[in-house]
Design a protein around this ligand. Structure first.
Ligand code: ARG
Length: 466
């Protein structure tokens, strides 16, 4: 006769031989899912409260479960909790410990519940908390960018297409372009939270439970918007994790693009910015080197986050309903994505306000590469030429500039008039960088006044969060 009080295995009843030692380790998840311990305890408490309300647990049993779980939470926080691989995962470790502490009441906690709805609940709770922390870091980064944009609305840099000088733009405008990318990321994050915020508890193994449970109560106690709709889907669904990894991949793709620009801009060839020393490292051989390691590493980390998205999609693609053990493989990619996103955002939120722009270098770069050529064409259109004819005229002037190694603004009026007699003395006001930028004076344009207004709108949106 087996010992029915033994807690070393919680499902040993029907087995005739012990689990193979390697298989135990192979199938265990406790090493990585113990980070959801707080959520597991919170979920168990809500479940126990609901069981007591439904008359399934007595008030005394609920009380001792409550105290037992509190003690366990303290042990975990203090690092004294005896995690055991024999107990497979975080759920059974905690449940077994509870029964060790409080006896029979601990064995009743799992009434009307399965690890399948339990783990689905834990991951949602854990991810929800992570989304909130990521949202706060994202907001911190965006606040730094928006402030820097407002401070640099009148700083002029070359704008690029094909990484060739295109037209002058405000440096603040460029920073606000980054902010727009992050704003969409924040929206996606908020969206993901909305779809995630439903409670799977009560789905039990897959079919629901025969006990008179109150799913709305557990949902409410755990601050979910509502219980999930379908018990099979509740235990089988990991869309929320995929969705999170997808938005994280887009976010990191954005950060990778920022990184690429920071790496270029801080090089001796650009010199648009100085990165703070504390975010850079040196070379062990070349004494002059100051390497932009933080942006480079963020660019590199995009690879692993993209990989985690593919891992999760591949994990789910062939699974029949409902729960399968495959799902245990959802945690490591998800957790690593969360950690990576938080680290990258933290590094950038700290670093961005400490970046020093170099306005004179940016300005001087903008005077090379004929960045006001379009302005000259627009000027000629204002003097009655068709845009295509104006384009041709300016193209010839640029060719002359290339041949004589001068910008359009460095040519004499007579020289310019050689290309079109529509050109008069006032041409020089449009050939200046300031004139060019100020002329783009519409919603979304790069005129300093528009950049200031856009920064104010962006700040208002940030203020409306939380
Ligand atoms: N450790 C498991 C996981 O992460 C918990 C659920 C196990 N359920 C089961 N029926 N074996 O998915």
């Amino acid at each position: 006769m087996k010992d029915e009080h033994s807690t070393s295995k919680l499902w040993g009843g029907r087995f005739n031989e012990p689990t193979d030692e390697f298989v135990k380790r192979f199938t265990a998840s406790v090493d990585f899912d113990q980070r959801m311990a707080a959520e597991d305890i919170r979920g168990s408490l809500a479940h126990a409260r609901m069981l007591e309300k439904a008359g399934i647990l007595s008030a005394e049993e609920l009380d001792s479960i409550h105290h037992g779980l509190e003690e366990i939470a303290q042990e975990i926080a203090a690092g004294t909790f005896p995690w055991s691989v024999d107990l497979e995962d975080v759920h059974m470790n905690i449940e077994a410990r509870l029964t060790d502490k409080i006896g029979l009441a601990g064995k009743k906690l799992h009434t009307g519940r399965s690890r399948n709805d339990q783990v689905a609940t834990d991951i949602r709770l854990y991810l929800r908390g992570s989304i909130d922390r990521i949202g706060a870091e994202l907001t911190r980064l965006q606040s730094g960018l928006v402030q820097m944009a407002a401070d640099n609305s009148a700083v002029i840099m070359p704008g690029f297409t094909h990484l060739q000088t295109a037209q002058p733009v405000s440096f603040g405008h460029h920073l606000l372009a980054w902010n727009e990318m992050l704003e969409r990321d924040y929206d996606r994050l908020s969206d993901c939270r909305v779809r995630l915020n439903q409670c799977p508890l009560g789905a039990a193994a897959l079919a629901g439970t025969s006990y008179p449970i109150d799913r709305s109560l557990t949902a409410e106690l755990l601050e979910f918007d509502k219980p999930t709709e379908n018990s099979l889907d509740s235990v089988a669904d990991r869309d929320f994790a995929i969705e999170f990894c997808a938005l994280a991949a887009i976010l990191l793709t954005h950060m990778s693009r920022f990184s690429e620009e920071l790496v270029l801009w801080s090089s001796a060839q650009f010199e648009f910015i100085t990165l703070p020393d504390r975010f850079c490292t040196g070379s062990s051989i070349m004494p002059q080197k100051k390497n932009p390691d933080v942006p480079e590493l963020v660019r590199g980390k995009t690879g692993r986050v993209n990989g985690h998205l593919i891992s999760l999609l591949t994990l789910m693609k062939s699974q029949p309903l409902a729960y399968n053990k495959d799902n245990q493989e959802d945690k490591e990619p998800l957790f690593d994505t969360i950690d990576t996103v938080l680290d990258c955002l933290r590094a950038y939120a700290d670093m961005v306000p400490a970046i020093e722009p170099r306005p004179e270098q940016m300005r001087s770069a903008a005077t090379r590469g004929f960045s006001t050529a379009t302005d000259l064409a627009d000027y000629l259109v204002g003097r009655g030429l068709a845009f295509r004819d104006a384009h041709e005229v300016v193209g010839q002037a640029v060719a002359h500039g290339v041949a004589t190694n001068r910008d359009l603004s460095e040519m004499s009026l007579e020289e310019l008039q050689g290309f079109s007699d529509a050109i008069t003395e006032d041409v020089f006001s449009v050939l200046t960088l300031e004139g060019s930028v100020a002329a783009r004076d519409h919603y979304g344009g790069t005129a300093p006044a528009q950049v200031l207004a856009a920064a104010a709108r962006a700040q208002t949106k940030l203020d409306q969060r939380a």
